[in-house]
Design a protein around this ligand. Structure first.
Ligand code: PEP
Ligand code: MN
Length: 346
């Protein structure tokens, strides 16, 4: 059950409601958002909750009490019926528009990133992607340029009118990455790093939470709930492919996730067909399918010279392939009643 306090409710009213609930045996999670406090109360059977909810609805400072049957609360559709729109430095993700994020897997050099940023912006991307801190299955792989990589991304994005999405892997680096990024990416390997989820939940930046490669929808949404309980509701869910018995593709891109997760949650859904397939030739068809299925955004790897990329070259499109795909994405978006959001003219 979530108790929504009225805007401006004084601490004394929050304490009064909290003490009442605690006395009844509930475990509370108070989240103080901008202008509004929410009290999540869990622990008693549904039948008792209904009676408690009725009694709280009469309180002067309680705006609403929402009964939620799912284990995740704030991110559930039951909690909020309308679609969330996440504000990425003025760019709406989750509204009628479709957003495309593109760029290299890894920041290699200023020249490489600037070249890609210029070309993906010209083709209609609005967010630049690229890893400065890279998770790797092997300890012998390249782990990214670190802070200089963040500077390179920010500079190129600013020159070409793009926002920045980049991964943060370490609780100690959230502030540093947030200084350069517009979206903090949590990678598949960190979906259940609960300390990191709490830490980005404290940040005042949108978070893109990639689905763990073996995570069920419920586990993914509970991971999002960790972020939300810290007061950060600016969350994007990213389907990036899961482990299945199929080995012909790097992962199996689960497009069921788009309509299914959107029915369970109000959060926008992003699809990553690059990691989802691991093959450059499959990225365009699966991108089109994702938009047709209702994805709010795509994140795609693009490299000026994929065959010599430091990481993930096999799944990176050339700028030319990306531009050709964008023409089709705009058409599919229109066919399903949406529109590709393009960079604002500069
Ligand atoms: C990436 O976006 O480059 C990445 C490492 O993704 P994932 O966490 O989905 O493997
Ligand atoms: Mn990659």
């Amino acid at each position: 059950m979530v108790i929504v306090m009225k805007p401006g409710a004084p601490e004394s009213a929050v304490a009064e409601v909290s003490e009442h609930l605690e006395a009844l045996g509930y475990i509370l999670h108070v989240s103080r958002g901008v202008g509004r406090t929410l009290i999540g109360a869990v622990g008693l059977p549904e039948i008792d909750k209904a009676a408690t909810a009725d009694s709280l609805r009469g309180h002067d400072w309680v705006e609403d009490v929402v009964l939620i049957s799912k284990p995740y609360k704030f991110v559930s559709r039951e909690y909020q019926a309308h679609d969330s729109v996440v504000d990425v430095a003025g760019l709406p993700v989750g509204g009628p528009g479709v957003v495309v994020m593109a760029g290299p897997c890894t920041v290699e050099s200023e020249e490489q990133v600037d070249d890609v940023a210029r070309q993906v912006a010209a083709a209609g991307a609005t967010v630049l992607r690229g890893g400065a801190y890279k998770p790797s299955t092997s300890p012998y792989s390249f782990h990214g340029l670190g802070e200089p990589g963040l500077r390179i991304l920010r500079g190129a994005a600013d020159r070409h009118g793009l926002r920045v999405v980049t991964e943060v892997m370490d609780v100690r680096r959230v502030d540093e990455v947030a200084r350069f990024a517009d979206i903090l990416q949590i990678g598949t390997r960190n979906m259940q790093n609960y300390d990191l989820l709490r830490e980005v939940g404290q940040a005042r930046k949108p978070v893109m939470l990639k689905r763990g490669m073996s995570a069920k929808y419920e586990e993914w949404l509970l991971a999002a709930e960790y972020i939300a309980t810290q007061g950060n509701a600016q969350i994007l869910l990213c389907e990036r492919g899961i482990r299945t018995f199929e080995t012909a593709t790097r992962n199996t891109l689960d497009l069921n996730a788009v309509p299914m997760v959107k029915s369970l949650s109000h959060l926008p859904v992003v699809v990553d067909p690059s990691h989802g397939t691991g093959r450059r030739d499959l990225v365009a068809p699966m991108s089109l399918a994702a938009v047709a299925a209702g994805a709010d955004a795509l994140i795609v790897e693009v490299h000026p010279d994929p065959d010599h990329a430091v990481k993930d070259g096999q799944q990176s499109q050339t700028p030319g392939q990306f531009a050709a795909m964008m023409v089709l994405i705009a058409r599919v978006a229109e066919a399903v009643g949406r529109r590709l959001l393009r960079p604002e003219p500069r």
